[in-house]
Design a protein around this ligand. Structure first.
Ligand code: T1G
Length: 653
């Protein structure tokens, strides 16, 4: 066994066939922190000086090649050598350097690989320059070297979207040169041996293929529209589109742009979200509480929500038993679920063998006792308390005592539903957002009696479903809908005070929401909120301000887009301002004797943001939400709050 040379605490190497095999071991993701950069620098100097060394291989320990620059070092004074220094030394080395991508090569990790003279990846490697998702641009050559390998349009698409690509696509694009068929390091050794002693390609020296400006505009136009005013994607496009400049000039512009953006509010917001997502599943006091093993999931109610949950569960490898009221309804549910899987197949997200395996793991029934094998049963039946209580009573009779019951209720009290079970400690809320097979957010509701390992099981299932779990306590609407109700109420106050629906929607879109509140309201339909308001009317606090405009619209049959009219008119499906709505609003103002005034977009944004954060503070004070950043995640992932603003609680600071 060849001896190991240690270059730093996180970088060591062995020598095989005269080749220096350098391994970065910096858990958890081999980020290029200062010690990694120092170790790599020393390893390169050693390889250059040592005559017996014919070439270098760089790879990562564990499942990640390099997960990027160390985000935790941002904002700290730079420590030499910087990542661009190390990357420059790699590219300039007189001996071949091969990147052996054993796993995710992201951000600075891919930038380092791009400066190597050959890139070979394991079939499961992931590659990407996701910096724009952190509010920055690649800062170590990505915008200059990637277009030299794959052309300007493809580089713009990858970098301005920040998407992650797989080894297969990376090979066809030209990002990597080979996918290892057998042992990655053996293949990398072969690659070095083929390059040693011969001239080899330095990415930085490659000419840029000329690109049709129309194609550049087409690729960047779509991405920049989606970016909704974020700076990083725009700057990334500018840097890539001008990468035909001499390399040194482009690198200098890129680095200066990166440093400016790194200290921006937008970057702070997106980095806040990055770390918030990793903090959310951690629940104080539950460290070391193991989740129960879950393999078979029962889903009661195979309508829109239930079938979405079933598709997500099948995609995560679970066996699914669907239950509905009749065999006919169960059959229809099965068709709905298969239809969702077929969409994944058609889009290429799923290949045929996986599609077959997933459908083979699905069964449906109208008989409760068929749920007996389930480790977890999720109810997604009509949001009516009596129906849910009756179902939980029935399920109690057929599932094992250690099986978990989950309710998907949006507005009912899960404690009341849990009380229907003889074992309320096994009940947890799993509040999915529609469409359940698409939306990442999952509110995990900690009921009064929920056992600790039932809660950790809910979090583990959420992770396996590739959802973003946020733990919430029991309150009407949990975190998201309670804040949504608060700022919808404030928006209706604004209507009564003088603003119009389209002005409020424009202010929200200007702030970065993909769609305004009233447009969303029309899409979802007004009747559910109307029914809830009528239920609450008898107990409403008379002194509490109540705006009746939405009631007037519903009474006039204006129930939203589906009914052709709501807050807007939808003649031939196009949303337009409707003078009838303005007249209804003006009549309500007159009835209330309101002194009408106009509102600027900034005033509208402030009033709505203040309403969100006031409700967020209340949720924290009541212990419903564990942290302000959890509230930010819910509003970003469930209600369209722009991530580059960090969420309402972050934006307020
Ligand atoms: N820096 C510091 N910490 C990081 C990190 C990073 N780049 N990436 C992850 N972590 C932490 C994370 O906070 C968590 O910490 C733990 O590692 C596990 O993360 C110059 C400047 C690599 C695909 O944007 O996408 O390079 O909670 O739960 O699911 O141009 O982490 O355990 O305390 O996500 O296995 C660009 C970010 C950086 C990729 C692994 N790179 N990371 O996923 O683990 S900027 C990225 C990821 C840059 C250059 C610029 C994922 C992963 P804790 P995890 P995972």
């Amino acid at each position: 066994m060849s001896d190991v040379t240690t270059f730093s605490a996180t970088v060591s190497a062995t020598t095989r066939n005269g080749i220096l095999v350098v391994t970065i071991d910096n858990p958890p993701v081999n980020a290029t922190s200062a010690d990694v950069r120092l170790g790599l620098s020393r390893a390169l100097a050693h390889a250059e000086a040592e005559g017996a060394i014919s070439g270098v291989i760089i790879n990562g320990a564990g499942k990640t090649f390099i997960g990027g620059a160390d985000i935790k070092e941002f904002g700290k004074p730079p420590v030499e050598p910087t990542l661009p220094d190390v990357i420059e030394r790699i590219e300039a080395l007189s001996k071949p350097v091969v990147a052996a991508l054993n796993g995710a090569a992201l951000g600075g990790g891919l930038e380092l690989a791009l400066a190597c003279h050959y890139r070979i990846a394991s079939p499961t490697a992931l590659l990407g320059l996701p910096e724009v998702k952190l509010g920055i641009v690649p800062g170590a050559g990505g915008t200059q070297r990637l277009p030299r390998l794959i052309g300007i349009p493809a580089a713009i698409e990858l970098i301005a979207s920040g998407r992650i690509t797989k080894a297969g696509e990376a090979l066809s694009l030209g990002i990597i040169d080979e996918i290892a068929g057998t042992d990655l390091i053996d293949a990398a050794i072969n690659a070095v041996q083929k390059l040693a002693g011969k001239p080899f390609r330095r990415t930085g020296e490659l000419a840029i293929a000329s690109a049709d400006p129309a194609e550049i505009d087409k690729v960047s136009g779509k991405l920049l529209t989606k970016a909704r005013g974020q700076k990083a994607p725009t700057e990334a496009v500018r840097l890539i589109a001008s990468s035909h400049r001499p390399l040194a000039e482009g690198l200098a512009d890129e680095r200066a742009t990166f440093l400016t953006l790194r200290d921006s509010r937008e970057a702070a917001a997106l980095q806040h979200v990055f770390f918030a997502e990793r903090e959310a599943p951690k629940v104080a006091g539950l460290e070391g509480v193991d989740p129960r093993p879950i393999d078979t999931i029962g889903i009661c109610g195979l309508g829109l929500m239930g079938s979405g949950i079933a598709a997500a569960a099948l995609g995560a490898g679970y066996t699914v038993i669907g239950l509905d009221q009749t065999l006919e309804a169960a059959g229809k549910g099965r068709e709905r679920i298969i239809g969702l899987l077929e969409r994944n197949l058609a889009s290429g997200r799923l290949d045929q063998p996986d599609f077959d395996a997933q459908t083979a793991r699905l069964s449906v029934t109208a008989t409760d006792v068929d749920l007996t094998p389930c480790d977890l049963v999720i109810e997604a039946v009509f949001d009516d308390l009596d129906i849910k209580i009756d179902l939980f009573r029935r399920l109690d009779k057929v599932i094992r005592p250690d099986a978990i019951l989950a309710t998907n209720t949006s507005y009912l009290n899960p404690d009341e539903i849990a009380s229907a079970s003889k074992h309320p400690e096994r009940v947890v809320g799993l509040h999915f957002f529609s469409p359940a097979h698409v939306m990442r957010l999952l509110e995990v509701v900690r009921c009064k009696e929920t056992a600790p390992d039932v809660l950790t099981t809910g979090l583990a299932v959420a992770k396996r479903l590739r959802k973003l779990p946020v733990v919430t306590g029991v309150t009407e609407g949990f975190i998201g809908n309670r804040i949504f109700s608060a700022y919808r109420r404030e928006a209706e106050f604004l209507l009564e005070d003088g603003a119009l629906p389209h002005e409020i929607d424009a202010a929200l879109e200007d702030y970065g929401f993909p769609m305004g509140l009233f447009a969303v309201y029309d899409m979802a339909g007004l009747e559910i909120a109307w029914a809830r308001r009528k239920r609450q009317a008898a107990t409403r606090e008379p002194s509490e301000r109540y705006v009746e405009i939405a009631d007037r619209l519903c009474e006039a049959g204006r129930l939203g887009q589906k009914s052709g009219r709501g807050w807007y008119a939808y003649a031939d499906g196009k949303r337009t301002v409707d003078p009838q709505v303005t007249a209804i609003i003006e009549a309500e103002r007159t009835k209330k004797g309101v002194v009408v005034r106009s509102f600027s977009q900034a005033e509208i944004q402030k009033r709505l943001l203040d309403a969100m954060t006031a409700e967020g503070e209340a949720l924290l004070a009541e212990g419903i939400a564990a942290r302000a950043s959890d509230i930010d995640l819910v509003m970003i992932n469930g209600y369209g709050f722009p991530a580059h603003k960090g969420g309402p609680m972050f934006a307020k600071n």
